[in-house]
Write a new protein. Structure first.
Length: 168
């Protein structure tokens, strides 16, 4: 049975929300370089990896080196930062700065705020056994734009998108 050593990579930040939005792309890019350098200390071939490969490894959440003593690097801390950046730069309504109108999901009663593109899921004048709820689930417009941007009204919290950031 081979020996296995587990190592955990820790980011220098806990949350992207604690950093001014205009500095977040630089911080994320710096973290990608730091992951490449940190993993490169154990696997020198990784120092030559492009940022697209580093991002792929981070999104996998781990990196494994096989040798006489196998090493598994836990990258979950970096993965959390990448997931948050992707959510607020590549997402739909949830990543937009132009939020304002509240809608309620009829299936689980959760609410969210959406911009002028929204087709409200909440109607104060509705009657019946589900007062206030007009649709089953998100309204048609919200469903359409929840994961992907609407167009002209969409302004992400973080810019540029992750793929554009690593290609610069």
């Amino acid at each position: 049975m081979p020996l296995l050593q587990e190592v955990k990579y820790e980011t220098k930040m806990d949350r992207l929300g604690d950093i001014p939005a205009e500095k977040v792309p630089k911080v994320v890019l710096s973290m990608l370089h730091d992951v490449r350098n940190s993993v490169g200390k154990l696997d020198s071939s990784f120092l030559n990896a492009g940022l697209a490969r580093v991002l792929e490894v981070i999104e996998d959440g781990k990196y494994e080196l096989n040798g006489e003593v196998s090493t598994r690097i836990d990258l979950s801390s970096a993965k959390g930062i990448i997931d948050a950046y992707r959510k607020y730069s590549d997402g739909g309504c949830q990543s937009c700065l132009n939020l304002g109108r509240e809608t309620i999901d009829a299936q689980d009663a959760s609410s969210g705020f959406y911009c002028s593109v929204s087709d409200p899921d909440y109607d104060k004048t509705a009657v019946g056994d589900r007062l206030g709820v007009r649709y089953s689930g998100f309204s048609p417009k919200i469903s359409k734009h929840y994961q992907s941007p609407c167009g002209s009204d969409w302004k992400p919290r973080f810019s540029p998108k992750l793929e554009e950031l690593i290609s610069e």
